[in-house]
Design a protein around this ligand. Structure first.
Ligand code: ATP
Length: 249
């Protein structure tokens, strides 16, 4: 489903991704962990074509991502941004309809009955059916992030990429939002790659952890088998006893 080979990315002299190789099968839920600056967001942005790689290759659903095929690959991907990236002045429905824009020409931004049906179904799916017409600025942080997820779903993606989707939420709401992504992953067979800072949630909710350190893979394996030693390889000596305890039995 996602095939990344020898991916490198440099910003000027700074090498941010350094030969990253992994393959994600259809339907897997992958957490990408790593210290700040390890290259997690850059990796996700490369997968979505928001950042052009310096080297290596990426294929999504068998389509090699390059400039010519960017639109075709993006059609298959829903992107959930870091923090909460929604338009406060617009209704929930309008925000989610934005997810139906892909592939429409600028002179053709008229939403069809089908667009509205899909958007409403996505809003129901994330539990905001009663808020379809509410202005997003009147919603809580967790509800706003659900709007972001509904927008990504309205795109009918085969892959969901989520860049720290719970970083601005309290722990309980964050868990609920991650559980929602897990349910969507299971019900629809959507492949999910999600950057996270919460090790405990990553090990409890996802199938697999890819640990990035200094732009290279420091760990890749089943989430429920992550050991304190693996965590130390990912986070180095900045890790504390408390963090290690999170994955200890
Ligand atoms: N557009 C850019 N131009 C220059 N440097 C960049 C750019 N985007 C990212 N970087 C640098 O690349 C490195 C990796 O950034 P990235 O955001 O991918 O890390 P991250 O692991 O997602 O960090 P965090 O967990 O703090 O979000 C950082 O040193 C960052 O400053």
């Amino acid at each position: 489903m996602i095939d990344v080979e020898h991916l490198t990315k440099s910003f000027g002299p700074l090498r941010v991704l350094d030969g990253v190789t992994f393959r994600v099968p259809r339907g897997e839920f992958v957490a990408v962990l790593g210290p700040s600056g390890a290259g997690k967001s850059t990796l996700l942005r490369c997968l979505n074509g928001l950042v052009a790689p310096s080297g290596g290759s990426i294929a999504v659903d068998g389509i090699v991502l390059d400039r010519r095929r960017l639109a075709a690959v993006r059609k298959r991907i829903g992107f959930i941004f870091q923090g909460v990236n929604v338009h406060g002045n617009l209704s929930v429905l309008r925000n989610v309809l934005v997810g139906r824009l892909a592939g429409k020409a600028p002179w053709d931004v008229v939403f069809s009955g089908e667009d509205r049906r899909v958007a409403r179904a996505a809003i129901e799916r994330v539990g905001l059916g009663a808020k379809v017409q509410a202005r997003v600025s009147t919603l809580s942080g967790g509800q706003r992030q659900r709007v972001g997820i509904a927008r990504a779903l309205a795109h009918d993606p085969a892959v969901l990429l989520a860049d720290e989707p719970i970083s601005s939420l309290d722990p309980v709401t964050g868990r609920e939002v991650l559980d929602l992504l897990r349910e969507i992953n299971r019900d629809r067979g959507v492949t999910v790659v999600c950057n996270l800072h919460d090790v405990r949630l990553a090990t409890r909710v996802t199938d697999r952890v890819i640990g990035l350190r200094d732009g290279a893979i420091a760990f890749d394996g089943p989430a429920d088998r992550l050991t304190p030693g693996d965590l130390a390889r990912i986070y180095g000596d900045r890790l504390h006893e408390r963090d290690l305890a999170e994955v200890s039995p």
